[in-house]
Design a protein around this ligand. Structure first.
Ligand code: FPP
Length: 255
């Protein structure tokens, strides 16, 4: 089996685990990881980006089919300009640099978000990465770049409003399914599980519509240190969750 880097192959434990088809990860804690080591925040982002490869590798091994990661939010422009510039540079460098490894793992790369505000060079790299990876079969890595859940819902509503405006749709016929169908990537299943490292207990505008029934899992590990054991624990805990979707649990509905 192909490997990322020279890391030793691990035993992929599937005993008590449940592996989601669609997984979301909020890669949080890069800044704190760097500060704890008296390093600049950029060092945390660099190690964080390396760690994304490790996550991809583990997700492919476990059989995740869609992995959506939060790389840059519509609110992240408010960070100091040098940090924003560093992140944009990282996005430009990394998708080319990692492509051979992503190809070996059969990973298709896609992007979600409002690309109109991204620097032209970043847009170009994203387009190339999507194009050259489109036939890869094992997993889709969806990178949320200049992504905001509210903006995505707004964009869906605007597309639907166009139909109302041209008279082809009556407002009373608008359905939840139509809003889903007009999101950025309507073919990607809603995440069954969302993982947030670094101890914060919020969604931060990530996949707001899609996460209506997602299970949420947090850990205190900072993103650059988030590894195989954390992911395995998340899948183990996910196996024990009683997903009722507003109904009753299987046990209760038997009574
Ligand atoms: C949040 O940590 C992290 C980000 C805003 C950037 C995430 C980006 C990467 C991990 C690089 C991804 C690279 C590619 C190629 C997609 P934070 O800075 O908010 O950490 P803090 O809460 O400790 O300050």
């Amino acid at each position: 089996m192909a490997l990322f880097g020279n890391k030793q192959e691990k035993t992929y434990d599937t005993g008590d685990l449940k592996v989601p088809v669609s997984l979301g990860v909020i890669m949080d804690g890069n800044g704190r990881w760097a500060t704890q080591r008296h390093l600049p925040r950029s060092a945390g982002h660099k190690v964080g980006a390396e760690n994304l490869k490790e996550l991809c590798r583990n997700c492919v091994r476990y059989g995740v089919k869609y992995l959506t990661v939060y790389a840059f939010s519509t609110e992240n422009w408010a960070r100091p300009q040098p940090e924003v510039d560093f992140l944009m540079k990282l996005f430009v460098e990394l998708f080319d640099k990692y492509d051979a490894e992503l190809a070996e793992e059969g990973i298709r790369v896609r992007f979600t978000g409002d690309d109109s505000e991204l620097p032209p060079k970043v847009r170009e790299v994203c387009k190339t990465a999507e194009e050259r990876s489109k036939d890869r079969p094992n997993m889709q890595l969806i990178v949320a770049l200049n992504y905001g859940g509210r903006r995505e819902i707004l964009s869906s509503c605007r597309k639907i409003a166009e139909k109302v405006k041209d008279g082809s749709l009556d407002p009373s016929d608008i359905t939840e399914q139509m809003i889903s169908d007009n999101l950025y990537l309507p073919d990607v299943p809603d995440p069954e599980l969302i993982i947030r490292p670094s101890g914060e207990m919020r969604l931060s505008n990530f996949l707001l519509w899609e996460s209506a029934y997602s299970e949420f899992w947090v850990s205190d590990t900072l993103w650059p240190d988030f590894g195989y054991e954390d992911l395995t624990q998340a899948f183990r805990d996910f196996a024990g969750r009683d997903r009722r979707f507003g109904g009753l649990s299987k046990k209760e509905s038997k009574n």
